[in-house]
Design a protein around this ligand. Structure first.
Ligand code: MN
Length: 191
């Protein structure tokens, strides 16, 4: 966890320096408070996935820039304790592992995400044009997209426009494991 916080601190500072944004400007662009951004930069906060997404959207970067990348090629299966970035929220226990991190030529992130029993992760809208493809590998997932609920069993999949509020809920007593392929709009592409 400490390692992840240091990576987040470094990444956020680097992004802000690159944009030449003050903390106030970063707060305006991301909708995350100045105080919270400052805490993240000092490595004092363990931000939620939802907060990191707001920051990624505000800075117009892929979510995976916030996760330390594995040094070896993507493993066949995520190794929970070594490469997992565990996020604990009031109601959510989820583990996000980049399988194929963002590559600008390809325009997508592919994650393996584990949700503990009862986990609930709610996300504010991502950047316009972001599309998610959720494929359930194990367990049963409730997806809520813009207020509409979908129940997905193992091997079922859903693609949705992720520029609306959405959430992932494990209502069962078993772990849920999904692939989440996140497509980012290609800069300069006609839409
Ligand atoms: Mn999302």
């Amino acid at each position: 966890m400490q390692q992840l916080n240091q990576h987040l601190a470094h990444t956020l500072k680097w992004l802000r320096t690159e944009r030449q944004w003050s903390l106030s400007q970063a707060a305006q662009h991301t909708g995350v408070s100045k105080a919270m951004l400052g805490q993240i930069e000092r490595g004092e906060s363990s931000p939620t996935v939802a907060t990191l997404w707001k920051i990624a959207t505000g800075f117009n970067v892929a979510f995976s820039v916030f996760l330390a990348l594995p040094e070896t090629p993507a493993p066949a299966l995520p190794q929970r304790n070594s490469t997992c970035a565990m996020f604990s929220q009031d109601q959510a226990d989820m583990c996000v592992t980049p399988l194929f991190p963002y590559d600008a030529r390809l325009g997508f992130d592919l994650f393996v995400i584990d949700f503990a029993p009862g986990a609930l992760s709610e996300s504010s809208p991502h950047e316009a044009g972001v599309i998610e493809h959720v494929i359930v590998l194990e367990g049963e997932l409730e997806l809520v997209v813009n207020g509409h609920g979908y129940h997905l069993n193992a091997s079922e999949a859903l693609r949705f426009q992720a520029d609306v509020p959405h959430g992932y809920h494990n209502r069962t007593s078993q772990r849920v494991r999904i692939h989440d392929l996140i497509h980012y709009p290609v800069p300069g592409a006609v839409s």
